[in-house]
Design a protein around this ligand. Structure first.
Ligand SMILES: Cc1cc2nc3c(=O)[nH]c(=O)nc-3n(C[C@H](O)[C@H](O)[C@H](O)COP(=O)(O)O)c2cc1C
Length: 161
């Protein structure tokens, strides 16, 4: 798993991995047309797969354990905060089974609903909400997430032994 994180694959600009494709990336993310999350993930320099932008497209399928990076899109009411594309991705049992942790993207201007989508997914799927960052993240966020993920996968590996 650590090897995967160190692979340093890049993520391409665009609307997402090919609909219906399987991915061995240990980082999977959704990013809307504004692409803040996409820019953050690109800065990590890790192999990552992007959930298709269009809900009508077939989703992608995780082949290995992964951490999900998800922005919140609910607004202050807190309703429907998980992007539909992510709900569709998580509807697939195999994708839920491989989910090991969540990283939330959001904007603190939204107050109590800051990164709510990640909170909800973490609670529903029984996995930790590992980190929160705003918009495209700061340089410090990038370092903390890179180091945190490396540590996280090492611990996961140890727990399996
Ligand atoms: C309509 C709308 C609603 C949003 N609601 C929330 C929210 O409830 N909580 C939050 O933390 N961020 C909220 N955001 C901020 C986004 O999560 C943030 O801009 C994120 O970086 C978007 O990522 P993306 O560009 O990759 O899609 C909202 C943004 C928009 C445009």
């Amino acid at each position: 798993m650590t090897a995967l994180l160190e692979a340093g694959g890049t993520v391409e600009h665009g609307s997402g991995n090919a609909p219906g494709s399987s991915t061995s990336a240990s980082l999977i993310y959704f990013s809307s047309a504004s692409e803040y999350t996409h820019r953050f993930v690109r800065k990590l320099g890790l192999e990552a797969a992007r959930v298709p932008l269009y809900t009508q497209d077939e989703t992608i399928y995780a082949q290995r354990p992964y951490v999900l990076v998800v922005p919140t899109y609910g607004g202050e009411s807190g309703k429907n905060s998980i992007p539909r594309q992510v709900l569709k991705f998580l509807k697939h049992e195999g994708n839920r089974a491989m989910l090991k942790g969540v990283i939330g993207a959001g904007n603190t201007n939204f107050g109590t609903t800051y990164c709510l989508a990640a909170d909800k997914i973490a609670a529903k799927c029984g996995v930790p909400h590992l980190y929160r960052f705003e918009l495209m993240g700061t340089a410090e966020d990038v370092v903390r997430v890179k180091e945190g993920l490396e540590e996280f996968w090492k611990r996961q590996l140890k727990n399996q032994q």
